[in-house]
Design a protein around this ligand. Structure first.
Ligand SMILES: CC(C)(COP(=O)(O)OP(=O)(O)OC[C@H]1O[C@@H](n2cnc3c(N)ncnc32)[C@H](O)[C@@H]1OP(=O)(O)O)[C@@H](O)C(=O)NCCC(=O)NCCS
Length: 128
């Protein structure tokens, strides 16, 4: 996967606040995971056009720390589809508030798998 800032609009862009820190004052990994899950679900829902649930998280990597006030952008790309499942690669890039966007650093990446479900919570086929 690319180490270059993706040349597209991020699926989600968020600024973490002091409430999102761990005991040492850096941004909590669980906060980053939940934002990645939200971004991935948004991408998967666009394809499935119905409710999706997260079924698995693979190859999760935290490359660099994130700090309070950084602007964090989440970029998503569908990497695999099955009958009902959609795997989405999610990459997050952070920049200090006063930095130019080109000085963003890649901070996390992972692959999240979602399953399209019906009103009875049963997997449904994705219309391709
Ligand atoms: C997602 C869920 C409906 C799947 O039900 P299931 O009975 O396991 O369904 P299946 O075995 O038919 O699998 C459905 C698809 O999920 C895939 N899948 C199941 N477990 C998986 C895993 N751990 N990782 C990746 N894919 C997985 C299967 O390969 C299958 O893909 P395909 O249809 O593209 O071939 C069920 O496991 C569930 O409700 N889980 C809880 C989801 C949840 O609450 N998430 C957190 C909040 S969003």
């Amino acid at each position: 996967m690319t180490q270059k800032l993706p040349d597209k609009i991020p699926t989600l862009r968020v600024v973490p606040l002091p409430a999102d820190t761990n005991a040492y004052g850096d941004i909590f990994g669980g906060w980053l995971l939940s934002q990645m899950d939200l971004a991935g679900a948004s991408e998967a829902t666009s394809l499935a056009k119905c409710r999706v649930v997260t079924v698995g998280v693979d190859s999760m990597n935290f490359h660099q720390p994130v700090f309070v006030g950084d602007e964090v952008s989440f970029y998503t790309e569908i990497v695999r589809t099955g009958r009902s499942s959609i795997a989405v690669h999610v990459q997050s890039w952070a920049r200090a508030r006063a930095e130019a966007i080109n000085n963003s650093r890649m901070v996390t990446e992972g692959v999240f798998t979602f399953v399209a479900i019906d009103e009875n919570r049963k997997p449904v086929e994705i219309a391709q």
